[in-house]
Write a protein that binds this ligand. Structure first.
Ligand SMILES: Cc1cc2nc3c(=O)[nH]c(=O)nc-3n(C[C@H](O)[C@H](O)[C@H](O)COP(=O)(O)OP(=O)(O)OC[C@H]3O[C@@H](n4cnc5c(N)ncnc54)[C@H](O)[C@@H]3O)c2cc1C
Ligand code: FES
Length: 280
């Protein structure tokens, strides 16, 4: 059982948990993820490491309450316990001096991007950060990311804050040289930014979030096609070359699960939560 030592809301339906898990914290690195099991009967879900403190023995993640499991997780409070956390899983991000790095994050993935920006900044890179969300009130970590970056932009789908959408990036990458681009967020964002950077040959690294079951390379559920080859999102990734990913195939695979997920979420909401926030 893993105690939640900090629980806060970053934005509507986006929560941040810091959990006491010293063995995980000891090895955690930016880019890796955890498999989280809320209670003994819930599904294992992958969540990206968004922070860690080796001295305190804590690891942090942010999650969007989108379906049954993340909504159940969101019911837990500070002092409650999570049934199981496995990790760190997946490969860490490559952190070294690249030069000028464009970091683009959307939605809940703004949280792990903050950790990656901090690491890239400490490695001496010049950081140009862009954070985006559907609407203004879903933007978070603005001050934190601004203070870690050399230049900082915001964007929203409806234009309620910053640029309207990510099209402004076309002009940005056309007018200055970037040595690397890091993208985290929904597949549509990964695809769009990769299309924008490709003509300028800016090495672009995307974090893929295919459906996962074990997160350890055994089930094959997380298959993605990268550069015409089949890869496992969990053990070969989760970061890949954004210019080589078959995004349309990934979108199709995510959509295949939609009807079942929606049904599960609705049934759970009608029936209420059976687990309760557990305290050990
Ligand atoms: C390596 C990896 C890292 C991840 N990191 C994070 C993270 O840091 N924070 C976070 O909130 N989520 C993250 N996710 C996605 C997260 O695992 C899913 O949102 C979660 O499993 C949904 O479970 P659920 O039962 O609540 O919802 P479900 O009922 O499974 O799904 C509800 C809705 O969310 C959509 N959805 C489910 N899984 C994904 C996915 N992988 N990508 C996009 N949409 C999805 C479904 O299509 C559906 O519309 C990550 C996924 C992977 C593979
Ligand atoms: S999640 Fe099972 S192989 Fe990747």
């Amino acid at each position: 059982m893993y105690k939640i030592v900090v629980a806060k809301e970053l934005a509507p339906k986006i929560k941040w948990f810091e959990v006491y898990a010293p063995q995980v914290a000891e090895k955690a690195q930016t880019g890796q993820f955890l498999m989280v099991v809320t209670h003994e009967k819930s599904e294992r879900i992958p969540l990206t490491i968004a922070g860690y403190d080796r001295e305190k023995g804590t690891v942090a993640f942010a999650f969007n309450e989108v379906g049954r499991t993340t909504k159940e997780l969101g019911l837990l409070k500070e002092g409650d316990y999570i049934w199981n956390i496995t990790g760190p899983l997946g490969n860490p991000s490559e952190i070294k001096y690249f030069g000028k790095v464009l970091c683009v994050a959307a939605g809940v993935m703004i949280a792990p991007m903050r950790l990656q920006i901090e690491a890239l900044r400490n490695a001496g890179n010049t950081i140009v950060a862009v954070i985006g969300a559907r609407i203004k009130k879903l933007l978070f970590f603005k001050e934190e990311i601004k203070s870690l970056s050399h230049r900082f932009y915001t964007a929203t789908d409806d234009g309620s804050e910053g640029y309207k959408g990510l099209d402004f990036l076309r002009e940005l990458v056309a007018s200055e040289k970037f040595d690397r681009c890091i993208v985290m967020g929904p597949v549509a964002t990964l695809k769009k930014v990769s299309e924008i950077t490709k003509p300028y040959r800016i090495p672009t690294i995307v974090t893929l979030m295919p459906p996962m079951v074990d997160g350890m390379g055994m089930c094959g559920v997380c298959r993605v096609t990268v550069g015409g080859e089949m890869k496992f999102g969990c053990v070969d990734g989760p970061e890949f070359d954004g210019h080589l990913v078959d995004y349309d195939e990934l979108i199709k695979r995510q959509r295949m699960l939609l009807p079942e997920e929606r049904l599960g979420s609705v049934l759970w909401e009608i029936g209420g939560c059976k687990c309760g926030g557990r305290k050990a």
